[in-house]
Design a binder for this molecule. Structure first.
Ligand SMILES: *Cc1c(COP(=O)(O)O)cnc(C)c1O
Length: 480
């Protein structure tokens, strides 16, 4: 037992924590300096999955080795460097470094916040951060919601509430088969998490009725009526319509006002998956793109996409805050006691029971850095993307299928020496070349017109010059 006490004393030793912490911050700051400059650092130090696995064997010693610094060095050098100005890949941002310090605070305090007493500060911050976000979207004072682990879970949380509100029977308690089969109208361009949520609810593949999109990949309001009729013919009761504010593949913003009108006319729940694009509401130049979002019954907004936060911080907002209690209607008496649905016991309304102190980083960064940075980051990243799209369109050897609505852009390189039938394969090869060399990190997507490269200009450190260099790197790679 003495042995154990000694081990505990060593593991929880305050002075070694101070020492390791100070050393770690220095290491991270040096890393950040290098990543932000980008010079001499591959964006992604590409390695095959099997190679990575061998680098981190589960060869855990029984006794302390004390070699945290060596491990951190390997973690840093092997990771995808999101602060590198040439990271233009998936919609995951280069977080403001202050948020990383908040995560250290959160991890140490570990105030899990299933119930208020387990996280009094994070519960309070969460409430007020959500109110701030709701107000940015123009939602009324009655709005409320929760923070949860990602847009995917956020969409499920919102659709569960929609089901309780609109199914006409208690599907939560009696099961999905206790009434007519249900369905949601979902734009063909929507994120896969929506059809996944619908399957989780037990409605199967037929529970997502696709709504056609136009040539800019935006939901066609005139297709809503036919989709509703087709669902009814299939014996489905439609309860909700989803619109995307920033679709994943092309960043298209669906027209929200006509969808809101349609929902009102037919008594349907209106859910906006604004995981990517809700932040447009912060920018005076782009606020109009989410016009109508204030009429949504529910909205999902990922702070780890448009608000410079590390993963995961997702807001699920309900126009009528009371709806937030409908997603997970059962109660656990040992946790929540006898009180009637207190807002302050957040786990009543989230899939999570114990949850990270998600609000802390967002609250702290907004408080300390001010809101202007976040608004400008949206405006600048959208402008940068638009300028890049213009240069690509004018170049002659690149194609842009649709002008960008936000900071997501699809394009492809179409050099003269490659015949059009080989363009699809070329994009894949170019991407592989640039990514495995570590020059850039970008992704690709398949559109009806073929295979396209896809960038998200989500790192505030990326400049026009970096994007010009991307064009040149693609030309060079194509000539090989
Ligand atoms: C990213 C995204 C999601 C999924 O969000 P996660 O936080 O990655 O789970 C859902 N919908 C849209 C439109 C997205 O862009």
């Amino acid at each position: 037992m003495t042995d154990f006490r000694e081990r505990v004393a060593a593991a929880y030793d305050v002075e070694s924590f101070r020492r390791e912490g100070q050393r770690l911050v220095d290491t991270l700051a040096d890393y950040l300096a290098q990543a932000e400059r980008g010079e001499g650092l591959p964006v992604l130090p590409w390695a095959a999955p099997a190679v990575s696995v061998d680098r981190f064997p589960a060869a855990f010693p029984e006794e302390p080795t004390g070699d945290f610094a060596e491990l951190v060095a390997r973690v840093l050098s092997g990771s995808n460097h999101l602060h590198h100005p040439r990271y233009v890949g998936h919609q995951v941002t280069a977080p403001v470094p202050l948020a990383a310090l908040c995560d250290a605070v959160s991890s140490l305090l570990n105030n899990g916040m299933a119930v208020y007493e387990m996280g009094p500060v994070s519960t309070a911050m969460e409430r007020n951060v959500l109110r701030w976000m709701a107000a940015r979207l123009g939602l009324p004072e009655t709005a409320d919601g929760v923070l949860t682990s990602g847009g995917s879970l956020g969409n499920l949380t919102a659709l569960l509430a929609a089901r309780q509100a609109k199914a006409g029977y208690d599907a939560w308690n009696e099961g999905a088969h206790a009434g007519p089969p249900l369905a949601v109208l979902v734009p063909a361009s929507a994120h896969y998490s929506l059809s996944r949520a619908i399957r989780v609810m037990g409605w199967g593949q037929g529970g997502a009725i696709p709504v056609a999109v136009d040539e800019r990949f935006r939901l066609r309001p005139d297709a809503l009526g036919p989709a509703l009729e087709s669902a009814t013919r299939q014996g489905r009761k439609v309860i909700a319509v989803v619109a995307s504010a920033g679709s994943t593949a092309t960043g298209a913003f669906d027209p929200l006002e006509p969808v809101a009108d349609f929902c009102e006319r037919h008594g349907l729940w209106f859910h906006v998956d604004a995981a990517h694009g809700a932040s447009a509401a912060l920018s005076a130049a782009h606020r109009h793109q989410v016009r109508g979002i204030a009429r949504a019954d529910s909205v999902v907004w990922d702070a780890h996409k448009g608000l410079l936060m590390p993963a995961l911080v997702t807001a699920v907002l309900f126009r009528d805050g009371a709806r937030s209690f409908e997603s997970f209607a059962q109660e656990a008496s040992y946790l929540f006691g006898d009180t009637e649905r207190p807002w302050s016991d957040v786990a009543l309304r989230t899939m999570e029971c114990t949850k990270e102190m998600m609000a802390l980083k967002l609250y702290a960064c907004l408080s300390v850095l001010g809101t202007r940075l976040f608004a400008d980051a949206v405006t600048e990243s959208y402008a940068l993307t638009r300028r890049f799209a213009e240069r690509l369109s004018q170049a002659g050897d690149f194609q842009v299928p649709v002008p960008p609505d936000c900071n997501i852009l699809c394009f492809r390189h179409t050099p003269e020496h490659v015949p059009p039938e080989a363009w699809d394969a070329l994009q894949g090869r170019l991407r592989e070349r640039l990514v495995t060399r570590g020059d850039f990190y970008l992704v690709q997507t398949k559109l009806p017109q073929g295979v396209f490269l896809r960038v998200t200009v989500i790192n505030p450190l990326t400049t026009d010059a970096d994007l010009d260099a991307l064009m040149e790197a693609l030309r060079t790679a194509a000539r090989r």
